[in-house]
Design a protein around this ligand. Sequence first.
Ligand SMILES: Cc1cc2nc3c(=O)[nH]c(=O)nc-3n(C[C@H](O)[C@H](O)[C@H](O)COP(=O)(O)OP(=O)(O)OC[C@H]3O[C@@H](n4cnc5c(N)ncnc54)[C@H](O)[C@@H]3O)c2cc1C
Length: 437
Amino acid sequence: MARHNERSELLAPSDADPRGGARRALSKSFGRVVGRRTRILISGLVVALLVAGCFISFLHYQRGAAMATAPTSRLVMPDEVCPHFNVLKLFTLLLFLYLALLWREIEWLTYCFSCVRWSQFDAIVVGGGPAGAVMAKLLSDDPWRRVLLIEAGNTSQTQLGGKVGRGAIPSALNVNKLTPFDVPFYWTNVANTLSVHWAYPDVNIAKALGGCGIHNAMLYDRWGMNRWTWAKAREIYLGIEDYDGPNSSYHNTQGFVRTSPPSMIDDVSKAFVNACEQVGIPRTVDFNAPGGRYGAGFYDFNTRNGVRESAAKSFLGPILDDNAATSNRENFRLLLDTTVTKITINDANVTKGVEVRYGNGTGQIIRLAEHGKVILTAGAINTPKVLMLSGIGHRDMLQKVRLPVKKHLPRVGMNLQDHPVLGVTFQCVSPFNVDLE
Ligand SMILES: Cc1cc2nc3c(=O)[nH]c(=O)nc-3n(C[C@H](O)[C@H](O)[C@H](O)COP(=O)(O)OP(=O)(O)OC[C@H]3O[C@@H](n4cnc5c(N)ncnc54)[C@H](O)[C@@H]3O)c2cc1C
């Protein structure tokens, strides 16, 4: 499943499967005679006919046996009881023969089945950031739902924060085997590394599996309570959190999203927070406790032992291999280095699938199954962009750039908000020794 740049690869079983080549060769030789779906249909019909034949003959035999009630001095043979007995034998024999034949071709049948099965999806998730990672994992929890996650960037488990030690920076001080993506190690470098970013001016938007979760600061604080009540938000946070800080009724230790107090606090930071207290700014012990939002203190992080615990790691990590390329879930596919250029919507305004562009420049339409859904989790800027490219947005704006109007939704792409961050620099009045290592 690594990277799929050709249609045939997308539909084929995993390249990592050593039997894949043999299956494909077998399938090819059958393919010369009749089409794939026709073969499956014929096999199904033959088995159904043989089973029906056996069943009907058996019913006849039963009826004949029931009628042969006259006392008899000799053993009545089954074919005397029912003239169809020989037909029953014939059908049973044929059925076994055919099943034996099928058994030899079972590999080929599995392959054909997976081709049909993977030619369309029940859910296509666009964008593998924190939102997409959660959606893809939860949707694919149902083994009958075929889920495809499409991400424009690439990735590694190191970026996700997974598999501690892989890609770690070699250093005697790096006891936790931190990587450049970990907090607070070198992550500020990553936040400015162009190769993992969209080429948009003035904004840092990650283009990689994990989205901005691969380069953000991992600050763990509970924002945005406009519509949610504090009690509701707290209930949800407690449900998912595994906190390794001091015991508190505002944290839980049983969840799967691992959070921690900072693993390292340098002397300057301690001195700064003490100084804040001295000038009357309240000391905050927990920014996630009610009333704790305003004050000076130390944030908790989505980390464990300094290692990044991104949403992609928590949700996708367990279902992906070490390279974050193949999945252990049969019903889940991941396409990396693949950009969704448009959602395909038919004249009746029904979503039929997505148009993608692969890293090698080729394109393809990926189809949705009947009643399937496209879930757009491409981030604050790319989500409205994909919507508008698909004809959903303000009519005037779409017409201005000659895009077809599928749905006039005036607020798409409007009201973008960001949170300002202000860095303030202070000068120490007395000399202060800092161990930068
Ligand atoms: C520098 C920085 C620091 C931050 N610090 C913190 C912090 O400390 N704590 C905190 O909680 N939050 C922080 N955030 C915010 C947090 O990272 C975001 O809220 C979060 O990543 C949003 O998740 P998302 O899935 O909605 O979008 P994104 O993370 O933007 O993910 C969208 C994904 O979709 C992919 N994509 C986009 N378009 C397409 C397309 N057409 N086809 C296929 N794939 C596509 C992108 O490549 C990307 O991987 C920070 C953000 C930044 C930028």
